[in-house]
Design a protein around this ligand. Sequence first.
Ligand code: CDP
Length: 138
Amino acid sequence: MSERIVVVGAALVDDGRLLAARRSAPVELAGRWELPGGKVEPGETADAALVRELREELGVDAEADGRVPGEWPLKSPYVLQVWTARLRPGSAAPEPLEDHDELRWLRPGEIWDVNWLDQDVPAVRQTLAHLGAAEGLT
Ligand code: CDP
């Protein structure tokens, strides 16, 4: 049986809004929205991978503050896990530096306005169930 590789997605929340990122590549994913993130590298923890990916992809200084329960299958061998994250004080505002061509801070009621990747839909739904009320997202 082959190993599975975890892809971490960030539920980056700020001021009651959730960040969504529109992919610019590869072509089959371009135009679809996702929780930004990427693959956990060998020897790396999931939360460290999340902080690294957010720095690389969005230029932000973020911290992971807890995992959303659950795991969603991607194309084998990848599985998607979601961590909640927030910007550290003094962080730059997120910018689409690589992989993305647009960002949106979604307010409650706007969460389903973007065309999420199919596999992110259950992950976003679970994220809202997990932190919606506490973060003012629902
Ligand atoms: O940046 P890195 O190469 O580590 O990873 P990526 O290309 O951003 O993501 C790896 C795979 O996970 C891709 O096939 C993405 O489509 C998928 N992914 C996803 O389905 N949902 C996310 N929220 C993030 C990544």
